[in-house]
Ligand binder design. Structure first.
Ligand code: UDP
Length: 234
């Protein structure tokens, strides 16, 4: 077994069990997009561009009463250790779908009938937890686009590595650990907009991991708000 948790209750990268990786979020980094954001979480580097709302050119897919959110999650070929084959694959199609579902509840979509809001998530560098990083950054980019929103959506994973429930899994903890639990919430209401689980947790561990992930989400939410305040002033 690869040792992920080392002595003194510290993880291999020196973090405590409930500690996030260093986080940086910046809003409004691209000039051509309607909204954008850049996020770094540990070794993850994520760029998001938002376009819209604009009329959806595929007539048969238009919704007469609201806008739809289309997400494209894409990993750059150079984002991972072994070159990633360019183009969509099963994983990126799944992550694009769950990202769109996670973001939807926050936006007043009914204000933009027959429209589409396009969210492009580019993973420039990956180190575990890119779906959560993508959702967190996408939500800031949606706000930067000036969309009317109920709240931001924020995402963070918890999981289990070497028998310990830990927050914000690194790549090695994700790959070698026993479970990964990505969560997204709308902090104001506490509504859970994403809940996935890979691996095995007992009901007690599940409760503990979910609480930890929500705690992580609330911390990340502060940084999201700071990024938006920095861009638009207090
Ligand atoms: N990964 C990789 N190659 C791939 C896909 C993923 O090396 O084609 C790595 C990457 O660091 C990613 C991690 O495996 O962050 C975990 O991937 P997972 O599918 O669990 O999604 P994530 O944790 O990034 O949301």
């Amino acid at each position: 077994m690869i040792i992920i948790i080392i002595n003194n209750n510290k993880r291999a990268d020196g973090r405590d069990f409930n500690e996030l990786r260093p986080l940086k979020i910046e809003a409004g980094v691209l000039e051509r997009a309607d909204g954008s954001a850049y996020l770094e979480l540990g070794g993850n580097k994520v760029l998001v561009a938002v376009y819209g709302p604009r009329e959806f050119y595929i007539r048969r897919m238009q919704r007469p009463d609201r806008a739809i959110i289309r997400c494209r999650y894409n990993m750059a070929p150079f984002s991972v250790e072994d070159r990633k084959r360019p183009g969509p694959d099963r994983r990126s199609v799944e992550i694009s779908k769950i990202t769109s579902e996670a973001l939807k509840p926050a936006v007043f979509l009914e204000k933009f009938p027959r429209s589409t809001i396009d969210v492009f998530i580019e993973i420039l560098q990956a180190e575990g937890g890119t779906r959560c990083a993508g959702i967190t950054a996408a939500s800031v980019a949606l706000a930067d686009a000036g969309l009317p929103m109920k709240d931001l959506i924020v995402s963070c994973a918890a999981g289990k590595a070497n028998g310990q429930v830990v927050l914000d899994l690194s790549e090695i903890e994700d790959k070698e650990g026993e479970a990964d639990l990505p969560v997204a919430i709308m902090p104001r209401t506490g509504e859970i907009t994403l809940l996935q689980m890979d691996g095995h947790l007992t009901p007690e561990e599940f409760e503990k991991a979910l609480d930890l992930a929500i705690e992580g989400c609330n911390k990340i939410n502060q940084k999201q708000k700071e990024a938006i305040k920095k861009r638009y002033g207090e």
